[in-house]
Design a protein around this ligand. Sequence first.
Ligand code: ADP
Ligand code: MG
Length: 253
Amino acid sequence: MGKIITIANQKGGVAKTTTAVNLGASLAQMGQPVLLVDMDPQGNASSGLGLNKNELERCVYDVLINDVPPEEVMIHTDIRNLDLLPSTMQLAGAEVEMVTLLAREQILKKALSPLKNKYQFIIIDCPPSLGLLTLNALAAADSLLIPIQCEFYALEGVGQLMNTVQLVQKHLNPKLTIEGVLLTMFDARLNLSIQVVDEVKKVFGNKVFRSIIPRNVRLSEAPSHGVPVVIYDPKSKGSEAYQELAKEVMGID
Ligand code: ADP
Ligand code: MG
């Protein structure tokens, strides 16, 4: 049975999408069948994998609202073992339209559950909010990966995220666990980065991944070329860090 990992943090710009794309691609390159689910109406994960969102006829919106099977919407990417359930701006409407639906928090879980025996990992990229799209992703998940940026106010909002996780565990998904906390955009030259690492380790202890993602310009360049950094520049520091993370997630160290 595959594992569903949701990547969430309601703060924007903490590297949710960068992590979803590059962890997904790294796992796929290691031979694991991976489905990446883009649950952000911005569709950054979809364009980061080279998709032209304007040319898509259907997206994850149709899975959530029109009951279209995910197999009919998903795309095989150029990377072996990596499939994508893309998103477009249309998904923004789903947040409102789902409100009136029955079991509205469990729609994604229901759609993805038949795919769990097809993929080793299903990775869900969330929008920067704790609305119904993120709740659906948390309800569907086996575990949650929380990226935290090594910056001022790193832990801001994380308390609120953890409260939401507790509510989800109580009412929607008792089996939800914390996969780990990932420190991102680390800059070894900055005291601040080092302080954030200490602070986050104090709060989350052994839940913090040993892999730390450095600030690396190749990671920020890759999306404009429509490929993950593990393809764009496999030997870059950013690429190596995400490959290490993939090993940790697979349990090989
Ligand atoms: P989120 O999905 O949480 O909003 P993104 O993954 O889109 O965050 O990252 C925000 C911005 O930071 C993007 O422009 C991305 O390319 C850049 N970025 C992410 N991780 C790194 C990193 N380790 N080094 C440099 N830039 C990064
Ligand atoms: Mg994003």
